[in-house]
Design a protein. Structure first.
Length: 287
């Protein structure tokens, strides 16, 4: 899952081998973090809310499913969280964040679920469900204010949402055939926002960092297949970090992330709406 992150981190390490002249290097380090590279790994503990509807082109809009309430999926999870940033110049920075979530659940009831042209029933055996997401968020920041104590920047980003979901169970046609029905979409969602950092102690060891980003977009992907996608994104967070040692420190934060995607194709009309909100802890290396 983390190939993109590893490639980005490798690029940061490779770029460290190129030595800038002393004046350029000193200018780059005049930021609250005071470093060119920042790599972190941690754990994210969000509360989850996931709703999916998958209809078809015949006009059947599909049953709206909430995976936490309808399929008993945990509404609290622990996710690995990775990030890497590169302070290219005093006012320019690139950052990559990545996490993934894979979940499964099952339910038994007398309610028929319409999903992607099929009617599933759980009268005899439970309907099994899964919902997987992988998120890669690449962000460019331009600092309007940049000095050793504070930074305020405009952020331009691209968040890649790789979504996969499906049901497995018997159909309501009475044949008791077990059917797997899966749907997947990759949604590239740009974002615009603001962010900043503040070294709020004289030693500059404690640093407060924040970000807020929002965007909405609609794209016609393939006119012949009637393929189109609409997406809305809200991404925000605040973190406190302590530069405990010369090259290693620790931090904690609170993050909110919500995505709504409407995806249509010739034989598909789907909607995905999911949100994460919760605390995180992490360890970081900076140099």
């Amino acid at each position: 899952m983390y190939r993109a992150f590893l490639l980005f981190a490798a690029a940061l390490l490779a770029s460290a081998s190129f030595t800038a002249n002393a004046a350029e290097e000193k200018d780059v380090l005049q930021t609250p973090f005071g470093s060119r590279f920042f790599l972190s790994a941690g754990a994210y503990f969000p509360r989850l809310d996931t709703t999916v509807r998958v209809g078809d082109a015949a006009g059947n809009i599909g049953t709206q499913i909430n995976f936490e309430s309808n399929f008993g999926m945990n509404d609290n999870e622990t996710l690995p969280l990775l990030s890497a940033s590169w302070q290219i110049a005093r006012k320019h920075r690139l950052e990559l964040r990545s996490f993934e979530l894979r979940r499964e659940g099952a339910q038994t009831s007398d309610v028929t679920i319409f999903f992607n042209g099929k009617e599933f029933t759980s009268e005899n055996v439970p309907i099994q469900a899964f919902f997987d997401t992988e998120v890669y968020a690449l962000n460019y920041s331009y600092a309007l204010v940049a000095d050793p104590v504070k930074e305020f920047s405009l952020n331009f980003g691209l968040s890649i949402q790789d979504i996969s979901t499906g049901l497995r169970g018997t159909l309501a046609d009475g044949d008791n055939n077990v059917v797997d029905e899966k749907v997947g979409v990759t949604a590239p969602l740009p974002s615009l926002g603001i962010g900043g950092s503040w070294a709020f102690t004289d030693s500059r060891k404690w640093i407060l960092n924040y970000r807020v980003g929002v965007f909405a977009i609609g794209l016609d992907l393939d006119a012949e297949a009637n393929e189109e996608i609409e997406g809305r994104l809200i991404d925000g967070g605040v973190r406190v970090f302590h530069k405990t040692f010369k090259y290693v420190g620790f931090g904690a934060g609170l993050d909110y992330f919500r995505v709504k995607v409407d995806y249509k194709k010739r034989d598909l009309d789907s909607n995905f709406d999911y949100s994460y909100f919760g605390p995180s802890i992490f360890i970081a290396s900076y140099f």
